[in-house]
Write a protein that binds this ligand. Structure first.
Ligand code: ADP
Ligand code: ZN
Length: 683
């Protein structure tokens, strides 16, 4: 069973591309994979198909799926095939070739899922055929079609009971219709009256209080939340391993019993942490998402997210660890523009195929929709999973309905500032334009001449930041990872720009945004990726020298480097905090980061570690460094992003046109033929 679980999770990720189960799925998958007869009632859109598709892959033999809708069936088969799963359908809509292919695959015992219509069962030859192909299980979709009193009655469904008896294999039935009469009928007709393992639960966890807050001083916000719940067991989820350690320490310093937990710890340490959390009262675990699987503590009183989770599914799973005993439990999720940017770039920089990245963006959008929701969180959350009847009064928005206003004008001003500057800047610079600030950068680029210059004086900088955050939350604009986070407009913004749609924004968060921004958020966003590359370099150097990071350079200095982007040692020497000694010791190393933008330690590269394309990536990187200023060394500096290099290494384009598709024309012209040489030599 333990190994089943591991392979279910890895199949979920590798085949279906999901990181988390949706509510209810995991238990159903486990039962079905164990070979239990099951009946699962789940709302439409809740993710039923996965509950038989995944177990089908965990078993030998073929799973027969009976489904009444040919179009749906063909969609599923196509989707499975696209994910590399051997699936086929026998329907009246098949071409002779398709049917032949299915038969061949069955003969060779290669097929994992065979979809058939109930009508097909009635055809005399079918039973005999199904007896001889090694069926491991029967899955029945839309099982309520067996109910004679329901409006979807399909007489041929009555044959399924006979099929089950003949094949003598487990049967899993699925439906979204939960009324008691049809359930009784399903049990009678499909399972001969023997009650199967039944899953019928709504997804609502009414004892859990839901709340989101915009991040402004995260440490204090988390501390306040924790202080108000002293002595209670809770989990704080953080986006990075390092943060779990510092936050756990910070909490201990102010008297909270707390430990950290993340995937980088060795197995023994993790087990100790799990055991302590399970056994000790009132312990706080500060953890990455690695924590939680297999934790079965009923009295976790609260879950806080110090950083935004990556999808609604993850959010639901993580908060769902609280209050299993049914007693009141509380949650708090912090989110801010940095989170949105981070999650977007993780998706963009990942190596998943384009459709999967799009789906990931959509799932992230759903979570942002929840974060920026204007009414009941529970309703927004459960609607996403298909549940429509929702009672709440137990979330921050029900208790304090937010003040909203028509933000159309503000959004249009912001969009206009973006478009007038060709979508080449981050929100920092755009806000300077809106406010009419004559910064050096504005003067250099003659942005004072823009018609949008100074048209946004009704708001302060921080208030504009909340407008931009909400725009990101509504997916009207997206930071472009390949261009240091410059904001681009999405299609969703078009109707607003054209005056065909309006948009409501929350006023309260705009009003509340008066706190001084921290030093790092003062750094305009386009420099943030470079800053984190500089910090990574600093961390590496600090580890080698065995000194704290700030000894190498303090944050201030790195920020200035990121903004000024010195091109040589002379310019580097002018950055505050870079003395002669440090210039000599570290100057080159940081210059390299600045002028390359891509570090060898880049996460994109790390993912390729140990693979053939990893070595290829390194070769491409070297070639592009050599050509950074063209073959004669006098050209304009140009470099590819890590994700572009990774794409070249993986897709191995074989001509200039294909290269251009990945790199765009400018970079293809500079690096194209050199890259093709590398790829050809790699064989
Ligand atoms: P149902 O048959 O219950 O109406 P589907 O099986 O068609 O629902 O699934 C609905 C949607 O949910 C599909 O787009 C599917 O890709 C998505 N989905 C299913 N399981 C997950 C999961 N674990 N994480 C994210 N998305 C999922
Ligand atoms: Zn509510």
């Amino acid at each position: 069973m333990g190994s089943n679980k591991a392979s279910a999770a890895s199949l979920l990720r590798d085949v279906f591309g999901f990181d988390d189960f949706r509510p209810g799925q995991e238990e159903i998958v486990e039962a079905v994979a164990r070979g239990e007869n099951t009946l699962a009632i789940m709302p439409t859109g809740g993710g039923k198909s996965l509950c038989f598709q995944l177990p089908a892959l965990m078993q030998d033999g073929v799973t027969v799926v009976i489904s009444p809708l040919i179009a749906l069936m063909r969609d599923q088969v196509r989707a499975l095939q696209a994910s590399g799963v051997a699936a086929g359908a026998l329907t009246s809509g098949n071409s002779p070739e398709e049917t032949e292919m299915v038969w061949n695959a069955l003969q060779e015992r290669k097929l994992k899922l065979l979809y058939i219509t109930p009508e097909r069962l009635s055809a005399g030859s079918s039973l005999g055929m199904l007896r001889n192909i090694g069926v491991s299980m029967i899955a029945v979709d839309e099982a309520h079609c067996i109910s004679q009193w329901g409006h979807d009655f399909r007489p041929d469904y009555l044959r399924i009971g006979e099929l089950r008896r003949t094949l003598n294999v487990p049967l899993a039935a699925f439906t979204a219709t939960a009324d008691a009469e049809s359930r009784v009928e399903i049990v009678e007709k499909l399972f001969d009256g023997v009650r199967p393992r039944t899953f019928l639960h709504g997804f609502d966890r009414p004892n859990i209080h839901l709340a989101f807050t915009v991040k402004n001083s995260p440490r204090t916000q988390i501390l306040n939340f924790v202080n108000a719940r002293k002595g209670q067991s809770g989990i704080i989820y953080c986006g990075t391993r390092a943060k779990t350690e510092t936050l756990a320490l910070g909490l201990r310093e102010v008297g909270h019993a707390s430990i950290y937990y993340h995937g980088g710890m060795d197995g023994e340490d993790r087990r100790i942490a799990e055991r302590r959390f399970q056994q000790e009262d009132g312990l706080i675990v500060v953890a990455t998402v690695a924590f939680g699987m297999g934790i079965d503590k009923p009295d976790i009183r609260w879950v806080a997210h110090a950083d935004l989770p990556k999808s609604v599914e993850s959010y639901y799973q993580e908060i769902g660890r609280a209050g299993r005993d049914g007693h009141p439990a509380e949650t708090l999720t912090l989110f801010g523009p940095e989170d949105i940017k981070l999650r977007r770039s993780q998706i963009d920089e990942g190596l998943a195929p384009a459709e999967r990245r799009m789906a990931d963006h959509a799932r992230l959008n759903a979570l942002l929709g929840l974060a920026e929701a204007l009414e009941c969180r529970r309703k927004t959350l459960l609607n996403y999973f298909g549940e429509t009847k929702v009672n709440c009064n137990h979330c921050d928005l029900c208790q304090n309905p937010p003040e909203v206003f028509d933000g159309t004008t503000a959004v249009r001003k912001a969009l206009s500032a973006m478009l007038r500057t060709e979508e080449r800047f981050g929100s920092g610079h755009l806000i300077d334009i809106l406010l009419g600030n004559e910064t050096e950068k504005i003067r250099q680029r003659a942005h004072t001449k823009l018609p949008t210059f100074g048209i946004g004086k009704e708001y302060t900088r921080v208030q504009w930041q909340t407008v931009f955050r909400q725009m990101m939350g509504h997916d009207l604009v997206r930071p472009d990872a390949d261009r240091y986070g410059a904001l681009r407009m999405t299609d969703a913004a078009l109707p607003i720009l054209r005056g065909l749609a309006s948009i409501n924004l929350r006023r309260d968060t705009i009003k509340a945004a008066v706190r001084r921004p921290t030093v790092t958020s003062m750094l305009s966003e386009e420099h943030a990726p470079l800053l984190s590359a500089l910090k990574a370099k600093r961390r590496g150097l600090a580890e080698v020298a065995n000194v704290p990071a700030y000894i190498i350079f303090p944050d201030r200095t790195l920020i200035e480097m990121a903004e000024r982007r010195p091109k040589n040692l002379d310019q580097m020497a002018r950055v505050n905090g870079v003395g002669a000694k440090k210039l000599q010791n570290f100057g080159e190393a940081f210059l390299k980061v600045i002028n390359n933008e891509v570090e060898p330690l880049h996460p994109t590269r790390r993912k390729l570690a140990g693979r053939k394309c990893g070595a290829l990536f390194d070769k491409l990187m070297k070639v592009q460094t050599d050509l950074a200023r063209g073959s004669d060394g006098t050209g304009k500096p140009l470099s590819c992003s890590a994700s572009q290099l990774a794409k070249v290494a993986q897709l191995r384009p074989d001509d200039n046109v294909a290269i251009e598709r990945v790199l765009g024309d400018q970079k293809a012209e500079r690096f194209g033929s050199a890259f093709l040489d590398v790829l050809r030599n790699a064989g």
